[in-house]
Write a protein that binds this ligand. Structure first.
Ligand code: PSU
Ligand code: MN
Length: 294
């Protein structure tokens, strides 16, 4: 059912730390041609910090954990690559399509593959103004035991609503060296985080305590704020305009998040792209350090 890359097979056999990486950010989150370069740079960061990168995607209907370089190129450049969440996986296997996986689908596959740590940019969450638009990422986090490193949830979302849902689903949220819940492009979303951790070993200890207490059936969200945030005034202006544009163009379903991210990238003169890339790189580094500690 799963095809492992050479590198990931070897790491599994040798029981070396592996870091799962999602692919929707490559296919639908970042503009070409930078997307492929970033995907490669992110894998290099995992290797540099002593881990093995496992970028997850479906190629011609086959689940891949770890991509060879031609496969990574295909996910980055092929227009036929669709965005797949957990509910799409079995369908895409049978239609033999190629797909990039969201946080939800990546976490699901990582679990199947026995991988416990996962790096992404920002989580999906509750969308603003639409009562029933909630990312499947939330439900996945409620059901999959994995450490996920992110820069909070994307600021395009209803942050307060997302935090409430994470509380309802009993998903622990940790602030890495911060008491502020990060806002993806922004260091601080304006919401507090109750639990701050200042070291990777603390995260590993919490992971182990959960196991003993049998509260280990869901994810641990580790939030890692971006160091040089986007200019606040520019961010707020683009956010307001982007939300209005999405409304006006009747963007719905899984197209909403890619639409808003693209709106930011094309309106901010490279600034949101710079921040998005910083985020994913710094989250990858931290995720690798956590994978090594576990
Ligand atoms: N983080 C980024 N860029 C992205 C995403 C996360 O920096 O493109 C993707 C993830 O794959 C996440 C998805 O799961 O956005 C959320 O989509 P939706 O809101 O449709 O669930
Ligand atoms: Mn949605």
């Amino acid at each position: 059912m799963i095809k492992y890359s050479k590198e990931v097979s070897q790491a599994k056999a040798a029981k070396k730390p592996i870091v799962a990486l999602e692919s929707t950010i490559i296919s639908h989150g970042l503009p070409r041609p930078r997307n492929l370069e970033v995907a490669q740079e992110v894998e290099e960061i995992v290797r540099a910090f002593g881990g093995t990168p496992a970028t997850i995607a479906l190629i011609d209907g086959v689940i891949h954990v770890g991509l060879e370089s031609d496969e990574l190129t295909r996910i980055a450049n092929d227009d036929l690559v669709v965005k797949a969440s957990t509910r799409d996986l079995a369908i895409i296997e049978s239609t033999k399509q190629s797909a990039a996986t969201t946080v939800a689908a990546t976490a699901h596959i990582a679990k199947l593959a026995g991988i416990s740590v996962f790096a992404t940019g920002g989580l999906g969450g509750v969308h603003r103004g639409h009562t029933y638009d909630e990312s499947a990422d939330l439900l996945a986090l409620a059901n999959i035991p994995i450490v996920i490193v992110c820069a909070g949830v994307k600021s395009i979302l209803d942050v307060a609503g997302t935090l409430e849902r994470l509380e309802s689903f009993a998903v622990p949220v940790l602030g890495y060296k911060t008491n502020k819940f990060p806002g993806f492009y922004l260091t601080d979303s304006g919401f507090e985080i109750e639990h701050r951790v200042d070291s990777v070993s603390q995260i590993a200890e919490i992971w182990n305590n959960r196991h003993d207490l049998k509260t280990d059936n869901c994810a641990i969200v580790v939030t890692n704020p971006v160091e040089n945030q986007m200019d606040l005034a520019l961010h707020n202006k683009i956010l307001a305009d982007g939300l209005a544009a999405a409304e006006k163009e009747h963007i719905s379903g899984k197209a909403v998040t890619p639409f808003l991210l693209e709106y930011f990238h094309s309106s901010s003169n490279g600034e949101s792209l710079r921040v998005n890339i910083d985020i994913i790189k710094s989250n990858t580094q931290l995720a690798t350090q956590i994978a090594c500690a576990l």
